[in-house]
Write a protein that binds this ligand. Structure first.
Ligand code: GDP
Ligand code: GDP
Length: 500
């Protein structure tokens, strides 16, 4: 046996995740009400599956399967849950496009054949057409053969392949599927057992590496760009911080239909590194009522996380960590993004006596202790984010704002670190697995462990059974990994694979 063969707790047998099904994925996109769900249901029939509680931010997309010509295809409806707010449609469209471009091998845009084209239709088409992926236009609600020719009018969007369909009546589905299927690659069945010995370096493609490969193939240089989301409940100072980070006096970008994705992000260069603040229109957006603003802040946080590498979770120092902060922090943690906790308005709490950058212009020497006590409170309220660096700032006075850039760069680097199999073997030799304190009858054999992905760092444990790790054991392993390799600011994910 391997020197580091160890025993892990056995909690429950779990199903292999559906994403291990080796079938290519295509996406359905389009603005609300064009008939995406209807087409999705028509294609998938009863095989529809709603992904409810996966870790990560996959909740607002729906996956299903469809068999065509003896071949299994997976399908994702990127439509999700659309907020009841017209002004949010443009950012919703961008979100869909992003999911589709990151996940899917081919994309079907749906438009309403009975309505005029709208700005979001045109904008979405523009983004998709630029991607270089196989894309198809489904002109829906063509309920009779007669009006099928009307579909031709939609060619102006620029699609080569246009299909008149009726989701409601099931018309045109075969032609559409045939074209999509022909464009999708054949996928090999994944074979874990063939990985053989412990020197295998298996590299899974994450959203991030996929995106990089894609952009590289378009000749874009993005290796030094970090996408940053500023999240938090209303009035904590998100827009004030954004202004401080991007420089004052910038035009506020309108979130109204027709603005482009690029115009909505703001990019700042610092230390030869580019910081892309995602969806800045969304950051500045305010709700009309308190309740609306609070709901909106959660919706926005989730959208922004999806587009980001690093999240700045803003806390209002005058109020401490509230339930809503913890809620938003929970989404950040689950999303796999790196997190920095930023306690803002520090100027208010200390009534100007102590600056968080350590420059104490005042006599009162007790001030630094405040930061220590405050740190404990924040850590206690946001336990699951213990890996996130904590910063105290005043966005209003511009104090410690520069430090935000440095920390973002640090965590962006950390989340992409890779532990080699050699390092991993040496590390495992040092881990005292008995200290996890697991009863003998709850144990399981682990053969070896390897880092399978970066961003977030993801470790695969090869074991004798397909089981889920006990929470406290996962915690133990995570702490051991952090003690050796840190991964500052990034969550660490584990996957278990049975070798037989
Ligand atoms: P989504 O928001 O894009 O998912 O759209 P839905 O699938 O919820 O459909 C929006 C509306 O369009 C619903 O009232 C559907 O019944 C209607 N609809 C969908 N497909 C068709 C179609 O082929 N013909 C007609 N006439 N109506 C349709
Ligand atoms: P958002 O809703 O999170 O975008 O918050 P805003 O940026 O609109 O800020 C809400 C309020 O807090 C405004 O009145 C800001 O002037 C104030 N504010 C923001 N940052 C600071 C800060 O560092 N110190 C103080 N004292 N007030 C701040």
């Amino acid at each position: 046996e391997n020197a580091f063969a160890a025993m892990l707790p056995l909690i429950e047998d779990v199903q292999r995740p559906s994403d291990s099904i080796a079938a290519p994925l295509f996406a359905i996109c389009g603005r609300p009400n064009v008939g995406k769900s209807t087409i999705f249901n028509r294609l998938t029939g009863t095989r529809r599956s709603i992904v409810g509680d996966e870790p990560g931010i996959t909740r607002d997309r729906i996956y299903g399967e469809v068999e065509f010509d003896g071949r299994l295809l997976r399908i994702v409806d990127t439509g999700g849950v659309v907020p009841d707010d017209e002004a949010l449609i443009p950012s919703e469209i961008f979100r869909q496009a992003r999911i589709a471009l990151e996940e899917a091998e081919a994309i079907v845009q749906v438009v309403d054949g009975r309505a005029e084209l709208t700005q979001p239709d045109i904008e979405l088409a523009r983004i998709l057409l630029k991607s270089g992926k196989p894309i198809f236009l489904a002109v829906n609600k063509m309920d009779t053969e007669k009006i099928s020719t009307d579909a031709e009018n939609f060619r102006q969007l620029g699609f080569k392949q246009v299909f008149p369909v009726s989701g409601e009546h099931g018309l045109g589905m075969g032609d559409l599927l045939e074209a999509v299927s022909a464009a999708l690659p054949m996928v090999e069945e994944e074979e874990v057992e063939d990985l053989g010995d412990i020197y295998v370096e298996e590299v899974e493609e994450t959203d991030e590496t996929k995106r990089e490969r894609k952009l590289r193939s378009h000749g874009e240089h993005i290796s030094k760009e970090t996408r940053v989301a500023i999240i938090g409940r209303p009035n904590v100072g998100k827009s004030t911080l954004l202004n401080a980070l991007t420089g004052t006096g910038r035009a506020i970008v309108s979130p109204i239909a027709g603005t482009t994705r690029d115009a909505v992000d703001e990019v700042v260069m610092r230390n030869d590194h580019s910081f892309r603040f995602v969806d800045t229109a969304g950051i500045r957006r305010k709700g009309k009522t308190t309740l609306m603003a609070e709901k909106l802040s959660v919706i926005m946080a989730r959208k922004h996380l999806e587009a980001a590498d690093v999240a700045l979770l803003i806390i209002d120092a005058t109020e401490g960590v509230t339930g809503l902060d913890a809620n938003i922090g929970g989404y950040a943690h689950e999303s796999g993004r790196s997190v920095i906790i930023v306690v803002n308005k520090w100027d208010e709490v200390t009534t100007g006596r102590m600056r968080p950058d350590g420059k104490d212009d005042y006599e009162d020497g007790k001030a630094p202790a405040d930061i220590k006590a405050y740190t404990e409170q924040v850590r206690d309220a946001l336990k699951y984010l213990d890996y996130a660096p904590l910063l105290f700032i005043s966005a209003k006075d511009g104090i410690n704002v520069e430090e935000v850039f440095k920390k973002v760069q640090l965590v962006a680097r950390e989340r992409r670190k890779r532990v080699t199999t050699g390092q991993m073997n040496r590390f495992l030799d040092t881990v005292e697995f008995e200290k996890a304190g697991v009863p003998y009858n709850k144990r399981l054999r682990i053969y070896y462990m390897t880092q399978a992905a970066v961003a977030p760092p993801t470790f695969v444990l090869f074991t004798d059974r397909d089981v889920k790790l006990h929470f406290s054991y996962e915690r133990f392993l995570e702490n051991q990994i952090r003690a050796s390799f840190k991964f500052i600011g990034s969550p660490i994910w584990f996957k278990v694979r049975a070798r037989n």
